[in-house]
Design a protein around this ligand. Structure first.
Ligand SMILES: [Zn+2]
Length: 308
């Protein structure tokens, strides 16, 4: 603001200017109301938006976005939104109806727009070639998370062009953090003996991580937590763990731990601790941000797989 141009010799002009600035300052203090469908997107939006945004997430930390049942309050939250951020790729099967029901006029950013989706054949059905699921867990590749950040940045800039420079500056700094994180992931996995780079998790949430970084994940459930693992699936996994000497099974924080505990018991694999696949922890947990989530998971994998 060119405040210095107005000298005290212009009391009326100054008073007028202060009035205008005062009005602008009140508008300034009003952050953009951003609603994200789940906690990981909420953090990415908060990283890019900083003080300019007030982020609400519909699916809370430690909760499962796949089979979420929206509450009436979620429609109210959406109705008051300035911008909505969704994952897409079929993660939030409930969101289109909820957006329609809410009557919100807010633009919707599809964070995964532009990523290359992983399609998975449905081997839990009867092997029909047309039974494909799109794997929605694209954020497990940091390169994809960078696409999410760019989409969120562009959505914020379009919705609130007056603060474009702030969004661009914050996004640039955060994208650099993500580059550093990705280098850390690659360096840590390079230290794990190749024969031990195999892990069992509750549901197929790490397909993009596998494709990007080369750990192999095997899961008794499909790509959605909606599908139950059958006793046949469990028996198959137990046989596979024994035959391939898979070192560790991991519990996902959003899933029922009993299945993995049963698999660990029957196969003799170690339970390698908790990993965060589809949700952050609460603010006092070990994974309150995307970067901390990825670091927490990486440390858990490295600890369980690193030594023979
Ligand atoms: Zn999932």
């Amino acid at each position: 603001m060119p405040r210095g141009r107005f000298s005290t010799g212009w009391p009326l002009a100054l008073a007028l200017l202060l009035t205008i600035l005062g009005g602008a300052a009140r508008a300034e203090a009003d952050p953009l109301r951003v609603v994200a469908t789940f906690s990981i997107l909420g953090d990415l939006a908060a990283q890019v938006g900083g003080d300019r945004v007030a982020v609400t997430t519909l699916v809370k930390p430690d909760a499962d976005a796949h089979g979420y049942a929206p509450a009436p309050s979620d429609a109210k939250t959406l109705a008051a939104a300035d911008l909505v951020v969704v994952n897409g790729l079929g993660l939030e099967g409930w969101i289109d109806r909820l957006i329609r029901a809410s009557g919100t006029k807010a633009p919707v950013v599809v964070a995964s727009k532009g990523i290359k989706p992983i399609e998975e054949a449905d081997d839990h059905g009867h092997g029909h070639a047309h039974d494909h699921h799109t794997d929605p867990h694209a954020w497990q590749s940091i390169a994809n998370a960078k696409v999410y950040v760019a989409n969120i940045r562009d959505g914020l800039v379009k919705r609130d062009p007056a603060h474009a420079a702030e969004y661009e500056t914050r996004a640039k700094a955060y994208l650099a953090d993500l580059d550093a994180l990705e280098a850390e992931v690659r360096a840590t996995i390079a230290k794990i003996p190749p024969a031990r780079r195999r892990i069992i998790t509750t549901h197929d949430a790490f397909g993009y991580f596998t494709a990007a970084y080369g750990l192999t994940f095997i899961a008794p459930q499909g790509v959605s937590t909606d599908s139950e693992a059958s006793p046949r699936d469990v028996a198959r996994i137990v046989r596979q763990i024994r035959a391939e000497k898979i070192p560790a099974v991991f519990l996902e924080t959003i899933a029922d731990p009993r299945l993995m505990e049963q698999i660990a018991r029957e196969s003799g694999a170690a339970v390698g601790g908790k990993v965060y696949s589809d949700a952050l922890s609460g603010p006092t947990g070990p994974a309150p941000t995307y970067v901390m989530m990825m670091r927490n998971n990486l440390a858990a994998f490295a600890k369980a797989l690193g030594s023979n």
